[in-house]
Write a protein of this length. Structure first.
Length: 273
């Protein structure tokens, strides 16, 4: 089937308007909880948004399975849905939960669609910033209906996004700034729109945080891979010595890997909610 990008985008916007925005800067203390630690937060919004997204996306493709962040937390076996034949939605119903609880505008919704284990479409929406980036495989990447591509300038001055551990990632002299935003949705939007030129993600890399963003980055002409050169596989990466590196192209990716000094021994990093 042909994926109607705009229809899925409308579903994401509708759920954001109904379930997320009413609680923005309006959360009660009892509506905020913790999962694995006191910085791995979950709110009533996460659950409500995931339920509504799952319901509406299932109606759009009835035969599709849904792998959501909160569903995997409740039942870790759901992570294996990435191995399914047919369609699988991967959703982060509220990315940047910590930011959301602190009234920051840096939060979003991330949705990817797999078919037979291959990512074929992706959407990243930041409701307060008002940006929707989406793509279907082979059809170009669009930010608010304007086609975008990754800057391939060989002499790019690199902004690095999402460096979890400043002590263990010794970045090159031409990296002019480091950004730590606590939100994959915003980080990938920065990488796609030129606010950041390269990305470095380490720790427990989860599909709801990265599948859509990495797909969009590739479709826009960027290059990304694990530190060992392998592509992301839509599973949570448990190896601290195997971060993700994103660059405008393969040549710059190799150069960055050669000059970055990364020590994975006992790194300090935090989960992205």
């Amino acid at each position: 089937m042909n994926i109607d990008l705009a229809k899925v985008a409308d579903i994401i916007k509708t759920v954001s308007h109904n379930e997320i925005i009413p609680k923005y800067r309006n959360l009660k203390k009892e509506e905020i909880g913790c999962k694995t630690s006191n910085i791995d937060l979950v709110t009533v919004v996460d659950g409500n948004s995931e339920r509504e997204l799952s319901s509406k996306l299932k109606k759009y493709i009835p035969e599709a399975a849904v792998l959501g962040e909160e569903g995997v937390f409740a039942n870790p076996a759901n992570a294996d849905l990435v191995d399914n034949d047919g369609y699988v939605w991967i959703i982060d119903p509220l990315d940047g939960t910590k930011n959301f609880t602190e009234n920051s505008e840096y939060f979003g919704v991330i949705v990817a669609l797999l078919k037979n284990r291959e990512t074929i479409a992706g959407w990243i929406y930041t409701p307060i910033l008002g940006t929707m980036i989406m793509a279907e495989k082979g059809s170009g990447v669009y930010a608010d209906n304007k086609k975008i591509t990754i800057n391939q300038n060989r002499n790019v001055i690199t902004d690095f996004d999402m460096v979890y551990d400043f002590d263990h990632a010794n970045l090159p002299d031409f990296a002019r700034s480091l950004n730590f935003l606590w939100c994959s949705a915003v980080e990938y939007q920065w990488l796609l729109t030129g606010k950041a030129d390269a990305g470095f993600f380490c720790g427990y890399l989860k599909p709801w945080d990265h599948t859509a963003g990495l797909f969009l980055h590739r479709e826009a002409g960027g290059y990304n891979a694990f530190w060992n050169g392998e592509p992301y596989n839509n599973r949570t990466n448990m190896r601290q010595d195997n971060p993700l590196l994103l660059a405008p192209n393969a040549e710059i990716w190799k150069e960055l890997k050669n000059v970055i000094k990364y020590n994975p021994q006992n790194p300090t990093f935090f989960p992205v909610s």
